[in-house]
Design a protein around this ligand. Structure first.
Ligand code: SF4
Ligand code: SF4
Length: 430
């Protein structure tokens, strides 16, 4: 069967075999959960509880603090112990609602919606605190409220990062729920066409979704290639449309969302369940029992590592995939709504980090899915030539890491693109 794809990109070792066939199992929360009030893009949620308050799993503990923000819910039942500052995955700080678990797991739900209108669906996405679960954590109600007419809704089932299999398991085990969620998203957007894209290394998930969709929604097979799940790359692969520089997918009549987000919308609309737990892959050669775990937000990554077991020394801990994930210096931060994976990687799994001078081989440019010339930006930024670097458009870089992956000199090309973006912005050269 012919697969669809984008130009350039890379084929990193997949390592999905470590966890893909492991069924999702829950990890029980410990005595405390620490729920961050900032788990999304935009303003932090504002605490609506105080120490001593009783809560249930699904009780609102933080209310969206602005239009671009999201409600936050307790993931266990118990008593609020404190509201205090805590460390986030990226090394910053934000307020956390600390809840002492009573281990009773009594639940609070919203009223399920029978036959929801477009407005009902968008309102429920906001009430239930749904954010993009593919990593972006953008408030979903804001995305659904796009003004432009939408021709194509694209559902990202590619899960192109190595190791991660959380979406794959959800597609295999809950294809009907995902399809129902996709129908709700399509209704909210009044989309003329809906298509789910699944990479060819997940053919069984593709078949499961195709069966569940029953012809009502297109399901397409994508070539297994990184970064197939990048928003612009997915749009090009499935529609042959290009998102112009400086524009958003909505500007060309497309919206992309992740399959786990669609599933969360189904649960919020049909069962009244707010978003406070999710599937997380715990993997890497240092993990004793790599697999897919059902995890409550507010649990620490340390608890995940303990549950999955550590069999050998790891040299790097990553939240998310090895290409675009965030390296963590500590496992103390809490799992959030957008935490798709915890990877504990050994020496043999990570590249050496000692860079050597560029040998002008142009391999970085040959794989860049945005057709950039990363070696030029890298060289100019090293010499502090910010204005000259602007000519190579680092602002278009999606930070996918393909260039750094293939670079024989191990140049820190993503960091130099990031730095160039920042310096150009600060200097007003944009
Ligand atoms: S320059 Fe940016 S977009 Fe291009 S390969 Fe490197 S990280 Fe990806
Ligand atoms: S791949 Fe590395 S060595 Fe080759 S041109 Fe790019 S930066 Fe230079």
């Amino acid at each position: 069967m012919k697969t669809k794809t984008f130009r350039y990109g890379i084929h990193p070792e997949e390592r999905k075999e470590l966890s893909k066939d492991k069924p999702v199992v829950p990890i029980e929360a410990g005595e405390f959960v620490r729920i961050p009030l900032s788990q999304h893009i935009g303003a932090p949620a504002e605490a609506v509880v105080k120490a001593g308050d009783k809560v249930k799993a699904g009780s609102l503990v933080g209310k969206a603090g602005a239009i671009v923000s999201a409600n936050v819910f307790s993931s266990v039942s118990g008593e609020v112990a404190a509201i205090e500052s805590g460390e986030t995955v990226s090394g910053g700080k934000c307020l956390h609602v600390v809840i002492k678990n009573d281990f009773e797991y009594s639940e609070e739900r919203l009223e399920p919606l029978g036959s929801p209108t477009r407005e009902n669906i968008i309102g429920r996405a906001r009430e239930a605190g749904i954010v993009g679960m593919g990593g972006a954590a953008f408030p979903f109600d804001v995305k659904l409220s796009v003004k432009n007419p939408i021709q194509t809704l694209l559902i990202n089932g590619s899960e192109c990062e190595p190791y991660i299999t959380a979406d794959y398991r959800l597609m295999m085990d809950n294809a009907e729920g995902i399809v129902r969620g996709v129908e709700l998203v399509a209704k909210a957007l009044n989309a003329a066409d809906t298509v789910i894209g699944v990479e060819s290394n997940k053919r069984d998930a593709y078949e499961a979704l195709k069966k569940a969709a029953g012809g009502g929604i297109r399901v397409e097979l994508l070539k297994t290639k990184y970064p197939q799940g990048g928003e612009k790359q997915l749009i090009y692969a499935l529609t042959r449309k290009k998102v112009p520089a400086g524009k958003l997918p909505g500007d060309i009549g497309c919206i992309v969302t992740n399959c786990q987000t669609a599933y969360a919308l189904h649960e919020a609309v049909d069962f009244g369940k707010p978003l406070y737990e999710r599937v997380v892959t715990v993997s890497g050669l240092a993990v004793a029992r790599p697999g897919n775990y059902f995890v409550k937000t507010g649990m620490t990554f340390e608890e995940l590592a303990d549950a999955a077991g550590i069999r050998s020394q790891y040299v790097k801990a990553v939240q998310g995939g090895p290409m675009m994930g965030i390296s963590m210096h500590s496992l103390k931060p809490s799992v959030t709504k957008s935490s798709g994976a915890l990877l504990l990687l050994t020496e043999e799994e990570i590249r050496g980090i000692e860079p050597t001078p560029c040998i002008n081989c142009a391999r970085c440019a040959s794989v860049c899915p945005m057709s950039l010339m990363p070696m030029k930006t890298d060289a100019l930024i090293l010499k502090d030539k910010v204005v000259e670097a602007k000519a190579y458009h680092p602002e278009l870089c999606i930070e996918c890491g393909c260039c750094a992956f293939v670079c024989p000199a191990k140049r820190p090309l993503v960091q130099s693109q990031r730095l160039a973006k920042k310096l150009i912005k600060n200097s007003g050269a944009r």
